[in-house]
Design a protein around this ligand. Structure first.
Ligand SMILES: CC(C)(COP(=O)(O)OP(=O)(O)OC[C@H]1O[C@@H](n2cnc3c(N)ncnc32)[C@H](O)[C@@H]1OP(=O)(O)O)[C@@H](O)C(=O)NCCC(=O)NCCS
Length: 191
């Protein structure tokens, strides 16, 4: 049985994960949403125009009245630097799938590992999800490394399981964490 509580504030050693507000579009556009490098393995293209970001952020902000909506902006010292969200979930299976991205400027500092660990803990321990799942393109190993470091286990690969935006196919690596079996990293390991 899930006890939905929506996008609560989550604090980690360095980060505050928080809901978006309509004022976030400028930082989101500047820090990641218009960056081809960040979007390379994502389903959406760089926004190209700040108005696209404004519209999206407005739509997201309007969803927070729904306590089944889990979508955080990742902030570091007040700067909005990335995104982590439940991208699909099943009440029947008590399973949630997550997605994330971070501005290039902040890559390689353990930030997404820290954010993913906090969100996984919240969803398993507070909301009561039985299983958390993440997927990445095999050609994007940094994302798989984040999943490993956050204590998720590699479960297998869907060959040719994703058609990328450029039309080519990629293999999809799947990681999962199951309630009672998830081994979160020690705080120092996540940083
Ligand atoms: C993937 C992403 C979220 C990682 O965030 P991050 O905060 O830089 O991740 P961390 O610093 O916590 O960990 C990254 C790990 O990947 C490793 N790594 C980086 N590039 C790598 C590569 N080409 N091959 C293998 N490992 C790599 C880093 O060394 C680090 O591991 P380590 O701590 O053992 O050295 C970030 O690069 C990003 O937003 N990418 C664009 C969006 C994206 O791809 N999202 C995921 C879609 S599934």
């Amino acid at each position: 049985m899930l006890t939905h509580q929506g996008t609560q504030l989550l604090r980690t050693a360095r980060l505050l994960l928080r809901p978006y507000t309509e004022h976030d579009a400028d930082m989101m556009f500047a820090n990641w949403a218009n960056d081809e490098e960040v979007c390379r393995y994502l389903t959406w293209p760089p926004h190209g125009d700040i108005e696209v970001t404004r519209g999206i952020v407005r739509d997201w902000a309007a969803c927070y009245g729904n306590d089944c909506y889990y979508h955080w902006g990742i902030t570091l010292a007040g700067e909005l630097i990335g995104d982590i969200a439940v991208v699909r979930w099943s009440e029947q299976n008590a399973c949630a799938a997550l997605g994330y991205c971070l501005g290039c400027q902040w890559w390689g500092r353990g930030i997404m590992t820290e954010a993913l660990t906090a969100v996984t803990r919240y969803l398993l321990e507070q909301i009561g999800f039985h299983r958390i799942q993440l997927e990445h393109d095999r050609d994007n190993p940094a994302s798989g490394r984040v999943m490993q470091k956050a204590g998720l286990r590699y479960e297998g690969c869907l060959q040719g399981g994703v058609r990328r935006r450029d039309g080519s196919f990629g293999d999809v690596c799947i990681y999962g964490a199951v309630q009672g079996q998830w081994a979160p990293p020690a705080e120092s390991e996540a940083v």
